[in-house]
Design a protein around this ligand. Structure first.
Ligand code: 5GP
Length: 346
């Protein structure tokens, strides 16, 4: 399998934060038009660099300083969709935290409307990619803000004709306790929104088991420390396994932010060997200088996956998307059409 195989492989991306996915090219264009001292190269980790979670989240604050107005939000969203489409991602669920910026007049409402406008404009161009959106709750926020985000998601799901499909929980895992958001997540579920929660990025067994039991999320982001040898518990593993809650796994992200010591130690292996639903994702392709193509290639190299296994990994991701059976069937047909060509050539 060469680089071409991984690029041509049809892919699903289910864990991509919009502002963390910004490319150097987009960032350079945005910075060029501003009176800011930020150097685009300093707003990401270069290949081989690592950083603490504190450093990673400082970067996000700096990126937000640049993407502080609707025009920039539009450009990032529009460019990110095109970049994933170029990598043969056929279905993507982007996620983003509605943000207000009083200095530019941007509100959480105009933020969401801008992201949806960019998604809609891409759809009008007939790119070969289906784009859905999750609105994110940041762990730093209050329950009231989380409730407002759920209301926004409900309102704009209707207005966007179903582009918004769910709610994400993210933000610095070392900040706060996610239990406080349980009423907001229940409200989201009441309205039929799906939940993808960042859980156990760092050891937090009590928070993890409480959220799992109270909410039963539809997918887990990272799940780095679910297993006992990583600071989780047997009960947590049993719960996730018995409910077959899919895991969004972002290999390079975890290595760079040092929540996993090396690719060989990544929990992908633990869950993949259990035949648990595992989805390869990028997290923040811009910040972590990676791509979905590279992440598949790294997974194959590290865990000695054959081309058939790689294809199956990508194909099985379709089962975990937050869209209806018709969309899943459409994607499965697309994968089957592309399969023969891809595997015979490899
Ligand atoms: P945005 O929501 O602004 O589009 O994307 C950036 C935000 O996504 C960050 O401020 C942070 O809240 C969240 N995020 C990005 N990467 C990670 C990650 O690896 N872990 C967690 N917990 N949150 C992340």
């Amino acid at each position: 399998m060469d680089a071409d195989f991984f690029r041509k492989l049809p892919k699903v991306e289910l864990h991509a934060h919009i502002n963390g996915s910004i490319s150097v090219s987009t960032m350079s264009q945005l910075v060029a038009g501003m009176s800011t001292s930020y150097n685009p190269d300093s707003l990401k980790f270069k290949k081989g660099e690592t950083g603490t979670l504190k450093e990673v989240f400082k970067l996000f604050r700096q990126i937000h300083d640049v993407i502080n107005n609707e025009k920039a939000v539009y450009k990032v969203t529009y460019d990110v969709i095109h970049e994933f489409a170029e990598e043969n991602v056929k279905y993507i669920e982007l996620r983003t935290t509605p943000r207000e910026e009083p200095s530019t007049g941007m509100t959480t409402i105009s933020y969401v409307e801008t992201v949806l406008r960019a998604i809609d404009d891409c759809a009008k161009e007939n790119l070969d990619i289906i784009v859905k959106l999750l609105l994110a709750v940041d762990r730093r926020q209050s329950l009231q803000v989380a409730m407002d985000t759920v209301q926004l998601a409900v309102k704009y799901r209707e207005k966007s004709n179903g582009v918004i499909v769910g709610i994400d929980l993210s933000g610095d895992p070392k900040v706060g306790n996610a239990d406080i958001f349980i009423p907001a997540f229940k409200e989201a579920q009441k309205h039929g929104l799906k939940l993808a929660l960042h859980l156990a990025e760092v050891p937090a067994p009590e928070e993890t088991i409480t959220l799992l039991r109270e909410i039963i999320p539809d997918r887990i982001g990272h799940g780095t420390c679910l297993q006992p040898d990583a600071g989780g518990t047997k009960d947590i593993v049993e719960f996730v396994e018995s409910h077959r809650i899919p895991l969004e796994l972002c290999l390079s992200s975890n290595i760079i932010n040092m929540t996993v010591p090396g690719y060989d130690n990544h929990h992908f292996k633990f869950w993949y060997d259990l035949e648990h639903p595992c989805i390869i994702c990028t997290d923040d392709k811009g910040v972590f200088s990676t791509s979905i193509t590279e992440e598949y290639s790294i997974a194959a190299d590290t865990f000695q996956l054959s081309s058939d296994q790689v294809w199956q990994l990508s194909y099985n991701s379709i089962d975990s998307i937050f869209s209806d059976e018709t969309t899943k069937q459409l994607l499965r047909e697309k994968w089957k059409t592309l399969k023969e060509n891809l595997l015979l050539k490899s």
